[in-house]
Design a protein around this ligand. Structure first.
Ligand SMILES: [Zn+2]
Ligand SMILES: [Zn+2]
Ligand SMILES: [Zn+2]
Ligand SMILES: [Zn+2]
Length: 313
């Protein structure tokens, strides 16, 4: 258990939480501890093995205390979402977030006391801690220079541009930031991937029996990204389900794609937003697809598929 007591004047930049840092070679999504540095907080630990204290001095001579703590203490115990002020407590000291307090109709779910009303209301001590802490991004070693409060940190971590992405080439175990993945694909898989230029139409010769075609997008204004043209050939349906997915750490805002398959006088077209994933599992996360009948492929099983990836900010 970790106990906090605040001392000194409030300075919002005093406290820094540094989660375990991950290099590209040491990636672990579900960290169980964050590391807190503070000039303002005196920290005591109990028997819990998940807590530890270290001391150091900063340049001004103030003592810094570093604590590893279970980040669950910064979550609402009812909905498990990160606590953000206002935080409410009952007369017995149970706390919860404002959303849960409202949903529980101001009744503490642990002891049924009133909370968020009358003499039992805000838990200012916890609010002070939440307002003062700053957490540096765990992907700082990959280049991210941002820091956040705890609630922002949880949102950022899921979509940080520097969080690692996995190489989609089968039997390749590389994972790294998007920038490193991009140069990895360019150097290690140059022969087997197709270069695409964003905002320029191109034609891909698609083999009916080839499930994965890997594309690499380069654009001077845009970080190179890796795309997967997924072709799910269904013999029972008599056609191929084709979709495009990006290997990308967040949502690719404003990135869309268009697929056109032609056969004699007929043509089929799909316009869709690109869905991204950091780790290709073999199944497209997108619900959009172009179903191309086997008749569209020539006698050798090839199809000229027109692809256009567009990006507008
Ligand atoms: Zn809650
Ligand atoms: Zn209670
Ligand atoms: Zn980050
Ligand atoms: Zn690779």
């Amino acid at each position: 258990m970790v106990k906090f007591s605040a001392t000194g004047k409030k300075r919002s930049s005093d406290t820094v939480i540094t989660p375990r840092c991950y290099s590209d070679d040491d990636v672990e999504e579900d960290d169980e501890q964050v590391c807190l540095q503070s000039k303002r907080l005196k920290v005591e630990t109990g028997e819990s093995s998940s807590s530890s204290i270290g001391k150091q001095n900063d340049l001004s001579g103030d003592e810094l205390i570093t604590v590893r703590l279970d980040p669950d203490v910064l979550d609402c115990s009812i909905c498990f979402e990160p606590l953000v002020p206002p935080v409410f407590q009952c007369n017995n000291g149970h706390i919860c977030c404002s959303t849960c307090c409202r949903k529980m109709k101001n009744k503490c779910p642990s002891c049924s006391c009133l909370m968020g009303t009358g003499s039992s209301s805000r838990c200012l001590a916890v609010e002070k801690i939440l307002e003062s802490i700053r957490i540096t991004c765990p992907y700082a070693p990959n280049g991210c220079r941002e820091s956040f409060n705890y609630a922002e940190f949880q949102r950022h971590k899921a979509s940080c541009m520097y969080s690692p992405c996995c190489c989609p080439v089968s039997d390749c175990n590389f994972e790294g930031s998007l920038e490193r993945l991009s140069s990895h694909c360019n150097t290690m898989h140059r022969e087997s991937i197709i270069q695409v230029e964003l905002n320029s139409p191109m034609t891909i010769s698609l083999d009916r029996d080839k499930p994965i075609t890997i594309l690499h997008g380069n654009n001077s204004e845009y970080v190179g990204a890796v795309y997967i043209l997924h072709n799910n050939n269904s013999k029972s349906v008599g056609g191929c389900f084709i979709t495009l997915t990006a290997i990308y750490p967040g949502i690719q805002e404003g990135v869309k794609y268009k697929l056109i398959a032609k056969c004699r006088d007929s043509s089929l077209q799909l316009k869709a937003s690109i869905v991204s994933t950091k780790h290709w599992t073999g199944v497209s996360p997108s619900k959009d697809f172009l179903l191309v009948p086997h008749d569209f492929f020539d006698t050798t099983g090839l199809l000229n598929l027109n692809l256009l990836i567009t990006w507008s900010d």
